[in-house]
Design a protein around this ligand. Structure first.
Ligand SMILES: [Zn+2]
Length: 121
């Protein structure tokens, strides 16, 4: 039983192409391994344009999704903070209004006219 040569990987990874080619010329196991590598390489070259096209489409879809998410997040944030600011302004207005009326009418006993101003007789 013949032992299979295991030099191909070592030569492929750690030696020069000329050393690999020289060994492959004389070794049938490594010739078979080299043919497999060439077939895989040809397949990769054949599929490469389709892969790149699919990758570009996926990249474009991802960019569009990111832009949409950012836009939606921005709109929601603006809406939320606008409503929050509106509520704070209303709360401040009513609080100020009620404090003014309660202090002037109840605590100090100053009479007011219909507009909330001090009534002068
Ligand atoms: Zn070999």
């Amino acid at each position: 039983m013949n032992k299979k040569c295991t030099e191909f990987e070592k030569l492929y990874l750690f030696r020069t192409e000329s050393e690999l080619a020289e060994h492959v010329k004389d070794c049938p196991d490594c010739q078979a391994e080299m043919e497999k590598m060439n077939k895989v390489s040809e397949l990769i070259q054949e599929v490469k344009p389709y892969y790149i096209k699919q990758r570009k489409i996926a990249s474009t879809r991802l960019k569009v999704a990111c832009i949409l998410c950012f836009g939606m997040l921005t709109c929601l944030s603006v809406t939320y903070f606008t409503q929050l600011a509106g509520q704070n302004m209303q709360a401040t207005y009513y609080t100020t209004d009620s404090v003014q009326y309660s202090q002037t009418t109840n605590e100090y006993g100053i009479p007011l006219d219909n507009y909330g101003l001090i009534a002068v007789n």
